[in-house]
Design a protein around this ligand. Structure first.
Ligand code: URA
Length: 240
């Protein structure tokens, strides 16, 4: 991405020019979308076509299970489930909290105001929304956007675990406290969890934590810290 385009996105994020002394180097070999794409995974059997078909049926089965889930009370108030979106082989998987009103209406994560800011954050490090995979801890909207209960998280968690095992991201980004706390089993504040590389699950997937874009809309003065987190993320994806 050229410098003026990146500046446009930083402007969209509201990042002042002075924090941009060392923007991440653009990856000359890839377009905006390329940075989030996985190098093709080594086929698990001698028959890559069969592996791809199996993956497709695993995704289809998971989608269907989520769409018809009635495991917790949230099924009664939702308009629809909000599964996840993006590149199913992405190097980066972003995990948010739960659908809000707009996501519940459209059936896609991060499509409201917070989603627009998330897109701008991704663009600031040369990533198109379509290049990454985006999912939430919960697949249904909690009424009034209240925090998820422990029971709702427990019922929904297997879906996220299966999404993760299909995407197999190189890096994860937890946005906001609810995602960070449930993925890392801690209640430390986001301000203390950010700026460190954590690891998730048995596969020890490197995981970064940053502020939720909805929080940034309320506290724009924290955007400079998120820009630091994004630069770190860029480095983890590109090995610099
Ligand atoms: N906030 C989230 O955490 N996820 C969404 O999908 C939308 C807003």
């Amino acid at each position: 991405m050229d410098a003026s385009r990146r500046q446009q996105y930083l402007d969209a994020m509201g990042i002042p020019r002075y924090v941009m002394r060392e923007p991440p180097a653009a990856d000359p070999s890839s377009g905006a979308a390329g940075a989030g794409e996985s190098t093709p995974a080594a086929p698990e059997s001698g028959n890559p076509g069969a592996d791809a078909t199996e993956r497709q049926s695993a995704w289809a089965a998971l989608r269907a299970e989520v769409a018809s889930c009635t495991a917790c009370e949230l099924h009664a108030s939702r308009t629809q489930t909000v599964f996840g979106v993006g590149n199913e082989s992405a190097q980066l998987m972003i995990v948010g909290e739960a659908p809000g009103a707009e996501e519940d209406r459209q059936g896609e994560p991060f499509v409201g105001r917070a989603g627009q800011l998330l897109n701008a954050m991704l663009h600031a490090i040369g990533l198109a929304r379509e290049a990454v995979y985006i999912a939430n801890i919960l697949k249904c909207r909690p009424p009034g956007n209240r925090n998820p209960t422990a029971e709702e998280v427990a019922k929904c968690q297997p879906f996220l675990v299966r999404q993760l095992s299909l995407v197999k991201p190189k890096v994860m980004l937890a946005v906001g406290g609810v995602a960070a706390h449930n993925l890392l089993h801690t209640d430390e504040a986001v301000g203390r969890l950010r700026n460190r590389i954590h690891s998730y699950g048995e596969d020890r997937i490197p995981l970064l934590v940053t502020y939720h874009p909805a929080y940034l809309l309320r506290r724009p003065e924290e955007k400079a810290k998120v820009w630091q987190d994004l630069q770190k993320l860029h480095g983890m994806l590109h090995g610099d």
